[in-house]
Design a protein around this ligand. Structure first.
Ligand code: SAH
Length: 359
């Protein structure tokens, strides 16, 4: 079987159908079927003649990742293990909220960036995801959860496993497919790509017309501290990173987001907060604080609520600053906890967490 259909754009689908001796408009029918009407594969695209559906099914298949397991948190967050065509697993997280839903999806299997506070880093990089596998996570979650971006606000954040800017080509193609109003219809301003700070790729990213918002994982208040927590800083320095941020071509509706993991006694002092404020003061941005989410083998601790609020209020004097609510910590779904854990954390408060369910 050659490569699946999901992940191909309009032109590629049209070329495929034409190569099968079909009229061009069949390409558009397949495109709409897959992306707008959310058919999981060619067999569901009823405007197509049965014969064409059969050939597409046999030769290509849809390529939607299969749900291998699902863990549901007491707070409604659901973490999915998605099985790819080569049987590798990645994680995708559904985060419901009062006003909107958010899908947190992966861009790589594992991650090559060795941030010291992140569980995914312990896996190393297994491989990049294809555009189809990135989009496929969104389509699979939308099916599972009955989501429709046309009826209720749906955000997509590429903050799951992996470093999106080290898989830029696939991320950009996936973004174009996600954002197409005649397709999946998640507007680019509802998509966020988060990076550990791959400076040359930030510049390249900014050159694309259709792109999500950019979030930068800052995580430290000075170069020495950042190099310790994020050794990639030795390669792409903090000043260089801030320079790329200052030069980044923000669109009129847009601001940068800086993420900052708060690690107790490491980077969470009032002095750190003042330095962050000074560092970012001239940028059009906001700051999201993420109190550390613990994981086995990670030697840090979470600051208490008072420390977090003190840090937040100092940064907030000059920059809008928010604390990201931890979601799904009990099922290892929160930021930095994605490492394909197959159960739930036995050391949490013992709430009933549904066992992995298979479809
Ligand atoms: N590689 C990308 C996207 C994945 S990480 C990036 O680095 O941005 C998504 C966010 O989770 C990052 O801001 C990261 O700093 C944060 N994070 C990682 N481990 C964490 C942990 N243990 N607790 C809280 N946040 C964490």
């Amino acid at each position: 079987m050659s490569s699946p259909l999901i992940g191909r754009d309009r032109e590629e689908l049209t070329a495929l159908l034409v190569s099968m001796g079909e009229p061009r408009y069949r390409g558009e029918q397949v495109y709409r079927g897959l992306y707008r009407d959310r058919c999981s594969g060619p067999e569901g695209i009823t405007p197509l003649p049965r014969r064409v559906r059969e050939i597409l099914e046999r030769e290509h298949g849809g390529g939607l990742p299969a749900v291998d397991a699902r863990f549901v948190s007491a707070d409604g967050t659901a973490r999915y293990l998605m099985r790819l065509d080569d049987s590798r697993l990645v994680e995708s997280v559904f985060i419901p909220d009062a006003a909107r839903d958010t899908l947190c999806i992966s861009t790589q299997v594992g991650c090559p960036v060795d941030c010291k506070f992140c569980l995914t880093a312990l896996m190393g990089l297994e491989r990049n995801l294809t555009a189809g596998e990135i989009v496929g996570q969104v389509l699979a979650l939308a099916r599972e959860q009955g989501l429709d971006s046309r009826r209720r606000q749906l955000n997509v954040v590429m903050m799951g496993m992996g470093e999106p800017l080290l898989n830029l080509e696939a991320v950009m193609k996936a973004t174009r497919l996600l954002a197409d109003p005649d397709g999946i219809a998640i507007p680019q301003r509802r998509i966020t790509v988060s990076t550990a700070g791959i400076v040359p790729k930030i510049r390249e990213y900014g050159e694309h017309d259709v792109r999500g918002k950019l979030a930068i994982s800052l995580n430290a208040s000075n170069p020495e501290q950042r190099t310790e927590l994020m050794p990639i800083t030795a390669r792409y320095g903090l000043e260089e990173l801030l320079q790329a941020c200052r030069q980044y071509p923000l669109r009129p509706w847009e601001r940068l987001t800086f993420e900052y993991v708060l690690l107790r006694g490491i980077n969470d002092s009032d002095r750190d907060a003042s330095s962050v404020l000074g560092m970012l003061a001239r940028l059009r941005c906001s700051v999201n604080l993420i109190p550390f989410n613990p994981g086995p083998g990670i030697p840090y601790e979470t600051p208490d609520a008072g420390r977090v609020e003190s840090f937040r209020s100092i940064v907030h004097r000059g920059i809008p600053c928010f604390v990201r609510k931890p979601r799904g910590r009990d099922i290892f779904a929160a930021c930095g906890q994605l490492k394909r854990t197959v159960g739930h954390d036995s050391e949490t408060d013992g709430r009933e967490v549904p066992a992995p369910s298979r479809p």
